[in-house]
Design a protein around this ligand. Structure first.
Ligand code: PRP
Length: 211
């Protein structure tokens, strides 16, 4: 099989994604989770794994620096990269939601202030409802924004709900279900079709076995 380069998001889903790869027979003598290295080659020398920040995975794949990417649907929704999305790994399940104080009512009375890591997703969601919004882009600790009066509501991912609960916030509306997806560079798919199809089929088989 020709070499495939995979860009994988560092973070919550890393271990689960590595488990799936391991069950597919893709194993690494240096474990990516326990290393500061950024490039890993598997024991069969057919897979090159790049560990990158989750938000950068679509860029690596769209530009062709990686053939394949493993990244959350939230980041795909936000970036809308020009790539193929070809599999759902069924891991990293969460929701992207509008959240705020329990008494907050979403309505189009005056411009609502929305704090989020996902400005495009938030804007598209409120635009289709016909709501005017003032979007504030933050990079983390989004739940803080309503607490200190920086925003009326937030658009953010909710996994266990603990962060909302511990800050007195609730889900007001659900925007979409999220999980880790496999994305593929369009030119790579045309050139390495057989290897990429084989990789995806093997991954889908493992994902089905676990569900
Ligand atoms: C994410 C998200 C929420 C939290 C939700 O933040 O932005 O804050 O996880 O998870 P929960 O429902 O299980 O509590 P992350 O942990 O990535 O940190 P960040 O605030 O630095 O973005």
């Amino acid at each position: 099989m020709e070499t495939l380069t995979i860009a994988m998001a560092k973070g919550r889903t890393t271990n689960r994604a590595l488990e799936i790869l391991s069950r597919m027979g893709i194993r690494f003598s240096v474990h990516p989770e326990n290393s500061r290295k950024l490039v890993f080659t598997d024991d069969t020398e057919t897979i090159r794994l790049l560990q990158v920040k989750a938000v950068d995975v679509p860029t690596y794949v769209e530009k062709g620096a990686a053939d394949i990417g493993i990244v959350g649907k939230d980041i795909i929704m936000e970036d809308a990269p020009n790539v193929y999305e070809l599999a759902d790994l069924g891991i990293g399940k969460c929701k992207i939601t509008v959240a705020g104080f329990p008494q907050t009512v979403l309505r189009n009375s005056s411009a609502m202030t929305v704090a989020t890591k996902y400005p495009n997703v938030a804007k598209a969601y409120f635009d289709q409802k016909g709501f005017r919004t003032d979007i504030i882009k933050l990079n983390g600790s989004i739940e803080l924004a309503p607490l200190i009066g920086l925003a009326d509501v937030i658009v953010d991912i909710v996994e266990t709900g603990t962060t909302l609960k511990e800050n007195g916030l609730v889900i007001l509306e659900e925007i979409a279900d999220i999980s880790a997806r496999l994305i593929v560079n369009k030119a790579s798919y045309a050139i390495k079709t057989a290897s990429i199809r084989q990789f995806i089929d093997s991954m889908n088989a493992e994902v089905r076995l676990q569900s």
